[in-house]
Ligand binder design. Structure first.
Ligand code: FES
Length: 154
């Protein structure tokens, strides 16, 4: 990866890690789940509000974790807004592929904009122990959408 691009990605991660977007409780949420990363003990809580059509109207989280887990949750809550549960889960599947391999060859044009935004976290693929940091929020979202209360990044 070009150094300039790497620096830019790092900057975005640090910015979201320091000032996570949607870092709050959602009192009127329709879905809620807790997620934990057993490797480090970090935990997060996620709330999702659905609109009348079952699309995600709002998503918010709170928790304690490293810059990567906080940045990933922050980016995720911004990216899934307006998506149906099925679309959000599909996005999560693609993101996990990106986090594990650094690329997502079968990410079609329909998700190009979302994946471009999430691409800043693709660098974790080079650090296997950080993959779970990046995917924790997405595991937690899956649990919330499926009605489960707990998720683990294991
Ligand atoms: Fe705990 Fe990253 S070190 S989530």
């Amino acid at each position: 990866m070009f150094d300039d691009l790497r620096d830019l990605y790092q900057e975005v991660i640090l910015d979201h890690g320091r000032k996570p977007r949607n870092f709050r409780r959602l009192e009127d949420a329709d879905r809620h789940a807790r997620g934990d990363n057993p490797l480090c003990g970090d935990r997060m809580e996620l709330w999702v509000k659905l609109d009348g059509d079952g699309h995600i109207a709002d998503a918010a989280f709170q928790g304690k974790g490293c810059a990567i887990s906080m940045a990933s949750a922050s980016l995720m809550t911004e990216t899934v807004r307006g998506k149906s549960a099925a679309e959000a889960k599909e996005l999560g599947t693609k993101f996990r592929e990106l986090a594990m391999t650094g690329t997502c060859p079968d990410c079609g044009a329909d998700l190009a904009e979302e994946m471009e935004r999430l691409q800043v976290l693709g660098g974790v693929a080079e650090y296997p122990s950080r993959v779970k940091c990046a995917t924790l929020a997405w595991h937690t979202l899956n649990a919330a959408l499926e009605g489960a209360k707990e998720a683990s990044s294991e």
